[in-house]
Design a binder for this molecule. Structure first.
Ligand code: ADP
Ligand code: MG
Length: 599
């Protein structure tokens, strides 16, 4: 986890810098420009929302300019001996308007931000669901998890809390500077004299803050760790009269955490002091130049008052911007990691509906496989399935059955050999290759949240209600009739929970709807208890009837009904023939069969 945990810091050098080529076992990271383009595209999908958020934010920032202007006019009016009643009313009105618009702007920006984030999340999940197994095998699992977990959380947090404030502050700064310029360009230039001081403050703060905060997190964790260890082991510690040293260790770690905490606070106040210095430089310049202007008759006291108030108004938003710099950077670093996932090459080609009438021959030629640097789990596997033939794969746990099934289904690229369909190597097949002609039902089936019918339509979006019901009937899912809403019942997370056997039947019904010419069943019936297993076995048999089928048989009754049985041992095919032949041969399969019958 260490590498993943430090990744945001590593990229925090700036969301706008080009992405470095990632190590091959990490998912790619997008550039800042690319991320901005993707988010911009999503924003254009909701033009009303985007324009509204921008308009209200600008209006809110502009409303903040009214009060300083009114106050300046008031000063001039007082100097000339006029009445101030109207000004006071205007001030109250301006305050109300500004409050209202600020609230509206926060709502609009949050809504836009949440909508965009939802789009990014959807895109990430959609891409992750379609990642090729080879990619998934290659990347570190922690990298993917930290992206869909931590990175999404980080962006989400800044969208809900920081983003509205930051946008508000940025617009306020922009419009205030504009207002200063409109008022008198010489006063605006005076204000800009503060800029170098601000830059200096930021350049002092940024390189210190990230390591400081990281260290604070670390020492606080160490303190908690030490305390927990001592509390959990209190009995033992007391029994061995070791409480002295342990208490000392806890005290030492607490002292370190305290010192670092004080250090963080000192850093913070030092930065605050540097900010104040910048403010002083700017305000002093505005007042100084204003004095000269008023003396020379180039401006009124009221105008200079407005300018000073406008400049003073910058302090709050500028502080917000500078203090949230870290957070914005971290959120940006998380965002480019998310967009990196979105941009992974699309392996999804519009699925061609396989022609259901043709039953192809499948051939595995010299298949070998090893996971990563591990030992070979498949070696020299040659296996031919004739058109429409049903082959049962039998073997002890760990023999390599699941691996072989995944290779045949195109879910796993073997490290040696190739799969041929009707003599064509998988690499030469059109579309998504094997995945378009083979359906795999594995033990780990997932029921997606939604209606049961929608779940089945994952396999064929244009399936009618009749198709859906027929598929469920074919696989023997009689329990559907007992559901409160039939196939319209919500299932999966938040809906009716399905038993593992029912989930298996849903997966089988999906296979029926997808209607692939080749089917691979991996332990599809192993989940159920003995009574349910029989039913599942029937469902699996019906769902695969007429297809070229490889079934990983855990119940040997499945092997009995197959056209041919293949016995796998330690990654190699050791026996092959019909059930009767193999029983008669008295080899490994015969032993398994005797054991199975005598259960
Ligand atoms: P079976 O389905 O016959 O039980 P598997 O194909 O699941 O056998 O596993 C064959 C061997 O490969 C086993 O030794 C197993 O530990 C190993 N193996 C399976 N999946 C992985 C994986 N993802 N990474 C590393 N080793 C694996
Ligand atoms: Mg297995």
């Amino acid at each position: 986890m260490t590498a993943e945990a430090t990744a945001p810091e590593a990229t925090a050098a700036g969301p706008s810098t080009a992405a470095a080529a990632p190590p091959s076992d990490l998912l790619p990271t997008a550039t800042g420009r690319r991320a901005a383009r993707v988010v911009g595209r999503y924003a254009r999908e909701r033009p009303g929302l985007a324009v509204a958020a921008l308009a209200v934010s600008i209006a809110s920032a502009a409303a903040g300019l009214i009060a300083p202007a009114v106050l300046g006019a008031l000063v001039d009016a007082v100097a000339e001996g006029g009445s101030i009643g109207g000004f006071l009313l205007a001030l109250a009105g301006a305050a109300l308007l500004a409050a209202l618009l600020t609230g509206l702007a926060a709502v609009a920006v949050s809504r836009l931000g949440e909508t965009l984030l939802a789009r990014v999340r959807e895109a990430v999940v959609a891409r992750v669901l379609h990642l090729h197994t080879a990619t998934l095998d290659r990347v570190r699992p922690g990298d993917l998890l930290s992206r869909v977990g931590d990175d999404v959380a980080r962006v989400s947090e800044s969208v809900t809390t920081g983003l509205p404030e930051v946008i508000n502050a940025a617009l306020a700064v922009l419009l205030t500077l504009l207002g200063l310029g409109v008022l008198d360009w010489r006063l605006a230039v005076a204000g800009l004299l503060a800029l170098p001081a601000y830059v200096l403050a930021l350049r002092w703060y940024l390189p210190r803050s990230a390591p400081m905060y990281a260290r604070e997190r670390l020492v606080v964790a160490e303190r908690a760790d030490g305390l927990l260890g001592a509390v959990q082991g209190a009995e033992t510690i007391r029994a061995y009269a070791r409480s002295g040293p342990h208490a000392a260790e806890v005290a030492r770690r607490s002292a370190v955490a305290r010192d670092v905490g004080v250090g963080v606070f000192r850093l913070y106040t030092d930065f605050g002091w540097r900010m104040n210095r910048s403010e002083f430089v700017g305000l002093a310049a505005v007042l100084g130049i204003g004095f000269l202007l008023v003396r020379g008759g180039g401006a009124t006291v009221g105008e200079v008052t407005t300018a000073a108030l406008l400049f003073h108004r910058l302090f709050g938003p500028l502080g917000t911007l500078l203090f949230s710099f870290d957070e914005v950077q971290a959120a940006g670093a998380a965002l480019v990691r998310l967009v990196g996932v979105v941009d992974l090459p699309d392996t999804e080609v519009p699925a061609q509906r396989p022609d259901g009438s043709h039953r192809p021959a499948v051939e595995l030629r010299g298949i070998g496989h090893a996971y990563g640097d591990g030992p070979p789990v498949l070696a020299d596997v040659d296996l031919r399935l004739a058109p429409g033939e049903r082959v049962a794969l039998v073997g002890a746990s760990g023999a390599g059955k699941t691996t072989l099934a995944a290779v045949l289904a195109g879910a796993l690229d073997p490290t040696a050999g190739e799969v041929l369909v009707d003599g064509v190597p998988a690499a030469g097949l059109p579309g998504r290759g094997l995945r378009d002609v083979v359906a795999l039902v594995s033990q780990e089936v997932h029921v997606f949240a939604g209606t049961l019918a929608d779940d089945l339509r994952l396999a064929r979006p244009d399936a009618t209600d009749d198709d859906v019901e027929a598929a469920l009937r074919l696989v023997g899912a009689r329990w559907v009739a007992a559901l409160p809403g039939g196939t319209a019942t919500l299932v999966g997370e938040g809906g009716t929970a399905l038993t593992p056997a029912q989930a298996q039947q849903v997966a089988l019904a999906r296979l029926v709807l997808a209607d692939p010419p080749i089917a691979v069943l991996d332990e599809a019936t192993a989940e159920a208890g003995s009574s349910g297993a029989r039913e599942l076995e029937e469902g699996a048999f019906a769902a695969t009837a007429g297809r070229t089928t490889l079934v990983v048989a855990h119940r040997l009754t499945q092997a009995v009904r197959a056209d041919r049985v293949v016995v796998l041992h330690a990654g190699r095919v050791v026996e092959e023939g019909t059930h009767a032949d193999l029983v008669a041969a008295g080899g490994r399969y015969a032993t398994l069969w005797t054991a199975w019958r005598g259960r």
